[in-house]
Design a protein around this ligand. Structure first.
Ligand code: FAD
Ligand code: UDP
Length: 389
């Protein structure tokens, strides 16, 4: 007998399943349309080299949330990996995120922090007199933070490739994820805790699902009426946590929500090191990909072959609704926000279905955010409701 159905085995779905299976000891069945668990954080060893490859794009774990960090450490230890990213612009390599090193290299100067701040403020210009707080969209926000020349070099072209949407239509939040520093510190993330799971993401995710009260059905689509845990057969019969796309649940009643998808092109090269760093971004628009990942550099502590390496070029484009394109990043234009509001109203009528995760809420969530929001759904909604029920 199943007490709860979880649709989707990403971090959100597995956190809910693990929590409810342990306390109050419910039988949880998790289904996923893919042939593996773990959602987009899934990783696997490239068969000829053994190098761990993140199939759906590089995943770096970082958090400042104590509870999430403690929770994650129940299932895995973490390496001391610290993420750094470089960007190639017009044939020259610069450190990211924008820091004093980037600014001085770009301007061929040796400014100190205060001079650099003054230079950026001057470049941000009078057009943005309200400063960063008043910025309404990605372009205004970026210019207010780093000034126009740096914006045009490192952000404008990359963002055009990444989003194919006018930067004045994009939310300022997208760029706020990247720090700007007036020091030479080029760590990509500001969080207190950071690292990669020592035995890989899949081992971590499998340990979360390894509980006698949890069963998993792979290759099982919630909308496929030939399988018993489909929407028509289960809604209203038992509590459901749904982490698939929100618009798909309602048959796109208010039109498709805009998503960006990624295409990945992987290659095994007969050399020990291709780029000397895990991630190289490409800022110029004449290079069609946004970045190249080289997976061996995520695990310098591992004994990987010295004569082979795996690289992955990442290309970005709109996801076409109704195709197999994976929805990766919500585009979130004003039309999307209007449709999202209408979908949220529909969710209120589905009292036994709880919408969560990146796809189910149409929100960009990092892994730590997906885990945190799953833990709070369990605490605030599921556990009280299910125990009472
Ligand atoms: P998902 O992992 O997407 O899981 C949802 C699951 O639902 C999927 O397995 C899907 O197959 C399943 N599903 C969907 N529809 C159905 C259906 N109809 N029936 C059955 N199953 C269904 N986060 C970080 O913290 N650091 C990073 O560096 C990072 N990099 C990222 C890079 C990329 C390219 C992407 C796309 C995301 C990245 N993330 C990163 C975010 C991270 O992937 C998410 O936080 C995490 O995947 C969220 O988990 P989730 O469970 O909400 O969604
Ligand atoms: N960004 C950019 N140039 C870069 C890196 C990032 O313009 O070299 C912008 C881009 O709009 C991107 C956003 O900053 O979507 C957030 O960057 P992040 O590295 O977090 O992107 P993600 O890994 O989520 O694609």
């Amino acid at each position: 007998m199943t007490d709860v159905l979880v649709v989707g085995s990403g971090f959100f779905g597995l956190t809910v399943a693990e929590q409810l299976a342990n306390d109050p000891g419910l039988k949880v069945h998790v289904i996923d349309r893919r042939s593996h668990l773990g959602g987009n954080a899934y990783s696997e060893a490239e068969p000829t080299t053994g190098i761990e490859v993140h199939r759906y794009g590089a995943h770096l774990f970082h958090t400042s949330n104590e509870r999430v960090w403690d929770y994650a450490n129940r299932f895995t230890t973490f390496t001391g990996y610290r993420h750094h990213v470089y960007s190639t612009y017009r044939g020259e390599v610069f450190p990211l995120p924008i820091n004093l090193g980037t600014i001085n290299q770009f301007t061929r100067s040796a400014m100190g922090p205060d001079e650099a701040r003054a230079w950026v403020a001057e470049q941000a210009g009078a057009a943005l007199s309200g400063g960063a707080a008043a910025a309404q969209n990605l372009e205004e926000k970026a210019i207010s933070l780093i000034g126009r020349p740096l914006y045009e070099a490192f952000i404008k072209g990359y963002t055009a490739k990444q989003w194919q949407t006018d930067p004045t239509e994009l939310s300022a939040d997208i760029i706020t994820r990247l720090p700007v520093r007036y020091t030479y510190d080029n760590r990509y993330f500001n969080d207190r805790y950071e690292g990669l799971p020592t035995d890989g993401y899949t081992a971590w995710l499998e340990r979360m699902a390894d509980h006698p009260n949890i069963t998993i059905g792979l290759d099982t689509d919630f909308f496929d009426e030939s399988q018993p845990y489909n929407k028509a057969a289960t809604v209203g019969q038992l509590p459901i946590v749904y982490t698939g796309p929100l618009d798909r649940y309602f048959d796109h009643a208010h039109g498709p929500l805009g998503w960006r998808t990624l295409d990945f092109e992987s290659e095994v090269l007969p050399i020990g090191d291709f780029q000397g760093t895990p991630v190289m971004n490409y800022a110029d628009t004449d290079i069609p990909y946004t970045r190249i990942h080289e997976f061996r550099h995520f695990h310098p502590e591992r004994d990987y072959p010295s004569d082979a390496t795996v690289i992955m070029r990442e290309f970005s484009r709109f996801a076409n609704a109704g195709t197999d394109d994976e929805p990766y990043y919500p585009v979130n234009t004003s039309d999307d926000r209007t449709a999202l509001k209408a979908y949220r109203e529909l969710t209120e009528q589905e009292s036994q279905v709880h919408f969560g995760g990146r796809l189910g809420t149409y929100q960009y969530l990092d892994m730590h955010m997906a885990i945190a929001s799953a833990l709070s759904m369990v605490d605030n909604i599921l556990r009280p409701g299910l125990v009472r029920g």
